[in-house]
Structures are given as structure tokens and as C-alpha cells.
Write a protein that binds this ligand. Structure first.
Ligand SMILES: Cc1cc2nc3c(=O)[nH]c(=O)nc-3n(C[C@H](O)[C@H](O)[C@H](O)COP(=O)(O)OP(=O)(O)OC[C@H]3O[C@@H](n4cnc5c(N)ncnc54)[C@H](O)[C@@H]3O)c2cc1C
Length: 320
């Protein structure tokens, strides 16, 4: 059996959760195994997961905090053991990362984190992930066909694979008391989390000062993007730390990454060079970012970005 843990946010299955389901469905298909999904709260849409290859949905009918990795590990490991799950799939999100390692130890299983593709060779499943800041790929297989797989967000496009309903039932599991105490919760409101964003507008030190970020916010609003920044910008307090992308920040993989006034240092690229398309706006034709770009605009951002915003506004109003 293949078990997938789905993260829910405000009653909705997260995009990364749907991706994990579709990836788990690929494993289940290759192994001719049933696919079971585990969630923390019930909703009307759960039966519809049958369309994505899920046969059974188990709803943990107790108050487990989805941000408590100890409780989650206790729950998932017990469900996995009870149902003899060979593969356990979750998203490589911040909570997924902290649960996956615990699960690997608890269940004595190999863990492959940051997986982006699955292959099959002679009946063996092979999991691919990017390494060395996206410059190389590593391939992993499990000798005993049992593993924990943490899927990199935005690696696959979820699509329906059938037309059937999943069976939804509740599961009673006594989880071990957690040693984690939640002291405070500061949620970033109204924005798509960077790791899940499809489009990201990012800016760097070329912006000169924090007061100039209005045009970046405007561009992001116009195209429904999340905002990000380079590290120095977060370090000097121009932007919040949760926007910092790169080697020491968040690694992202959007469909479109627009980098404005960012030089493209190797440490920045490490977190963004898996983006499907990169657009760079920089006044320096020698800026290293142009080498990683799919499209580049060499010009002063204080001229280019307002013109771009104006053009998008016009385009949107003439097409509405
Ligand atoms: C161990 C380590 C880890 C690091 N981790 C990270 C990380 O995770 N993420 C990260 O981002 N950095 C990281 N850094 C820092 C990194 O090396 C760079 O210093 C940083 O990315 C540079 O930020 P920047 O491009 O915003 O600024 P700058 O290097 O100052 O570049 C500004 C860019 O803006 C352009 N510009 C200026 N004015 C304009 C204008 N008017 N119009 C258009 N373009 C303009 C310039 O041509 C320049 O290319 C790390 C460094 C180290 C040593």
C-alpha cells in the first residue's frame, strides 16, 4: 500500500498536497498497489480525491496540530504500520521536512527528500532529485522497496487520472504526547506561501531603498504573484525574512521568476534556478543573472517596471 499525507490549509487541500497525491498515485500505479490518503480534517471534497487515484481517505478524528511534527510523526507512522504501507509520500514543505526525518528514524526506512521525478527500471522505482544547486541530478532506489518520499513543491502538475469516488473513513489513533509547545503563531495573511507560488516577483539591492517597493508589490498584484527578495535586502530589514530566497533562504521552483535589481550571485541562484522560466531586469549587461535568464531586459528598473505595470494594466483592462 502507498500512503500519502495531505496538508490542509483553512479547510482546503494545499496545492503541494494535491501534487503529493498525484506523485503517490504514480508510485501506486507502478507498484499495482492501492493508494490511501491521510488528512487531519474532513471536508466535502475528500471523496473527489478518487479522481486523482486515491482509493481510501483516512481522516484522523482527533485534535492534532498540523504544525506539530512529533504528533504528526506519531500519527503517520502508526497509520503506516497498521496498513503496511511500503511507500509514504508527503510534500517537502517546512512541516513535511521536519516530519519526514522523524518518520525515517521511527520506521527505520530510507528517506529521499526533495524528489522531483519518478522512474522505473526493471521493476525498481528510482527517485530523482536535483543536487549541487540544480547543477546535477541524483538518483535513489530502495533495496527493500520501502521508503519515505518528500516531494519538492511545484515538481509536477496535478491532473485527474480517473472518475471515481474515494471511500472516506475516520481513524482513531492514540498519538504520543508531544514535547513541542506552540508559543505563538504568526501567519502571513492573504499571500500564497513562496514555496507554493506559481509566479514570483523578486527584488534586490538595486531597489535602493525600501520605500521603492510599491512598484514591485503592484507588479506582483497585477500578475497574481508572491513577492521575494535577495538576502541583503532581508538582512538590512527592507523586506521580511520570510521573503529571502537562495542558498540560506527558501528554495523555490515557480513557473515564472522575475528578478529585478538582483545581481544573480551563486548563492541567490541556488534557491531559484529550478524555476521554469526566469526573467531578469537589470541595468548592468554583465550582471551574472542574465546567464541564467530565459528573457532579460537590460535597463533601469525605475523606468522599466512602471512601464511594465502600465502595459499589464492596459492589457488587462482591454481584455476584461
Ligand atoms: C554563505 C553565503 C550565503 C548567502 N546566501 C544568500 C541567499 O540565500 N540569497 C541571496 O540572495 N544572497 C545570498 N548571499 C549573498 C550573495 O552572495 C549576494 O551578495 C546577494 O545575493 C546580492 O544581493 P543583490 O543582488 O540584491 O545585491 P547586489 O549584489 O548589490 O546587486 C544589485 C543589482 O542591482 C542592479 N541594479 C542597481 N541599480 C539598478 C537599477 N536602477 N536598475 C536595474 N538594476 C539595477 C545592479 O546592476 C546589481 O546587479 C549569500 C552569501 C554568502 C557568503
Amino acid at each position: 500500500m502507498v500512503l500519502v499525507y495531505i496538508e490542509i490549509h483553512q479547510g482546503e487541500i494545499k496545492k503541494s498536497g494535491l501534487e503529493a497525491i498525484c506523485f503517490a498515485a504514480q508510485i501506486a500505479k507502478l507498484k499495482s498497489s492501492p493508494l490511501t490518503a491521510l488528512v487531519l480534517s474532513n471536508s466535502d471534497s475528500l471523496a473527489g480525491l478518487g479522481n486523482y487515484g486515491v482509493q481510501n481517505v483516512l481522516v484522523a478524528n482527533q485534535n492534532i496540530d498540523g504544525s506539530d511534527s512529533q504528533n504528526l510523526c506519531s500519527l503517520i507512522s502508526q497509520v503506516a504500520e497498521k496498513n503496511q504501507a511500503n511507500y509514504i509520500v508527503l510534500s517537502n514543505s517546512s512541516i513535511g521536512k521536519s516530519v519526514a526525518g522523524r518518520l525515517a528514524v521511527r520506521l527505520n526506512r530510507p528517506l529521499v527528500s526533495g524528489v522531483n521525478t519518478i522512474l522505473e527500471e526493471g521493476g525498481k522505482l528510482i527517485f530523482r532529485k536535483s543536487v549541487y544547486s540544480g547543477k546535477a541530478s541524483a538518483y535513489y532506489t530502495s533495496k527493500n522497496d520501502k521508503a519515505i518520499i518528500a516531494l519538492s513543491p511545484n515538481s509536477i502538475s496535478p491532473s485527474k487520472s480517473g472518475d471515481s469516488n474515494a471511500t472516506v473513513s475516520s481513524v482513531e489513533i492514540a498519538v504520543q504526547p508531544s514535547k513541542i509547545k506552540l508559543l505563538d503563531r504568526n501567519l502571513v495573511k492573504g499571500k500564497i506561501p513562496l514555496a507554493e507560488a506559481d509566479t514570483v516577483v523578486s527584488a534586490g539591492r538595486g531597489m535602493k531603498e525600501p520605500g521603492n517597493w510599491g512598484m514591485i508589490e503592484e507588479l506582483a498584484d497585477l500578475i497574481g504573484a508572491s513577492t521575494a527578495c535577495s538576502r541583503p535586502v532581508a538582512d538590512i530589514g527592507w523586506r521580511p525574512h520570510h521573503e529571502h530566497v537562495g542558498q540560506t533562504g527558501i528554495a523555490i521552483k515557480p513557473n515564472l521568476y522575475i528578478a529585478i535589481g538582483i545581481s544573480g550571485a551563486i548563492q541567490h541562484l541556488a534557491g531559484v534556478n529550478s524555476s521554469r522560466k526566469i526573467i531578469v531586469i537589470n541595468k548592468d549587461p554583465e550582471a551574472p543573472f542574465f546567464k541564467a535568464a530565459d528573457y532579460g531586459i537590460c535597463g533601469d528598473l525605475f523606468e522599466v517596471v512602471p512601464k511594465l505595470n502600465e502595459a499589464i494594466r492596459k492589457f488587462k483592462s482591454s481584455n476584461s
